[in-house]
Write a protein that binds this ligand. Structure first.
Ligand code: AMP
Length: 280
């Protein structure tokens, strides 16, 4: 069974022992309901540092009032098993009361990157994300912290915040881990009915097809419109399908440098996100 701590004090005691032994530490922040994508992050952490720590904290601050916090999947025992198999050295699972005492007030503003795409669809989401991630980083003070490209905008925002706040922590982005049919693993995939799960493959397929069309030099606005129509036909309600500069996430209609195709769409009650590098 994986060694588990729930308080900052116990976390720091364990870390102090490792630091005194000269060991490096990698942190993988998660919200639990762990899957193969998380497993790859933890395995990568174990390769990049002597000690791999995973945090599980279902962060209320990043959920809107109408979002799925109450029904978000929870599976601590299965998560502990997966973490043991992935070679994780320590699970840090703080309680909401410890993370957010009743008079908690200080929050971190993610800046303009936090208000577009996912930030426009989910107001306040990235303030919640960056606040909890910076707290977890300060509590753990790892050498490196790993995040999935699955949440590409989140990765960029965390990168920027860590740089802006001068935290001496190396942020590592890990490529998206996908199921055999191409759907990105996500804790939210368990919400999908068998029929919805079949239709959901249209999301990665549409990203691939749209990216290929754009790479061929076809009109980008038309390619995005075709992609949106394909998603709608497959049963999705599209929040956005956007081509953006890979560093600034500014929408672009020309392919002059690294760009990323990003999508968010709902199938039934389940909102899925995905993205793909188009150039660079
Ligand atoms: P979550 O538990 O959803 O907050 O995710 C925790 C971390 O795992 C985040 O850095 C995610 O980007 C990453 N992650 C989630 N799903 C995947 C995936 N399919 N491939 C790679 N990373 C992922």
């Amino acid at each position: 069974m994986i060694s588990t701590v729930t308080t900052i004090r116990d976390l720091r005691t364990t870390l102090l022992g490792w630091r005194e032994a000269g060991e490096t530490v990698a942190l993988v922040p998660t919200m639990g309901a762990l899957h193969q994508g998380h497993k790859v992050l933890v395995e990568t952490a174990g390769k990049m540092a002597k000690r791999a720590v995973t945090s599980i904290f279902l962060n209320p601050l990043q959920f809107g009032p109408k979002e799925d916090l109450a029904k978000y999947p929870r599976s601590l025992e299965a998560d502990q098993k997966l973490l043991s198999e992935a070679g994780c050295d320590l699970l840090y699972a703080p309680t909401p009361a410890d993370m957010y005492p009743p008079d908690f007030a200080a929050k971190i503003d993610p800046g303009p990157l936090g208000t577009i795409l996912e930030g426009a669809a989910r107001p306040g989401h990235f303030t919640g994300v960056v606040t909890v991630v910076i707290k977890l980083l300060l509590q753990t003070m790892p050498d490196i912290a790993l995040f999935g490209e699955k949440d590409y905008q989140q990765l960029l925002i965390i990168h920027r915040a860590v740089r802006d706040l001068d935290l001496p922590i190396h942020i590592v982005g890990v490529p998206i881990v996908r199921d055999t049919d191409g759907l990105a693993f996500s804790s939210r995939n368990v919400y999908l009915s068998p029929d919805e799960r079949k239709c959901a493959v249209a999301l990665p397929n549409t990203l691939q097809e749209t990216a290929a069309t754009i790479r061929e030099g076809k009109d980008i606005a038309a390619a995005l419109k075709t992609g949106q129509d394909k998603l709608t036909k497959a049963g999705f309600t599209v929040d956005y399908l956007e081509l953006a500069d890979a560093h600034t996430l500014a929408p672009t209609r020309t392919l002059t440098g690294p760009a990323r195709l990003l999508a968010a769409a709902k199938i039934g009650a389940t909102r899925l996100i995905d993205n793909l590098a188009v150039a660079g």
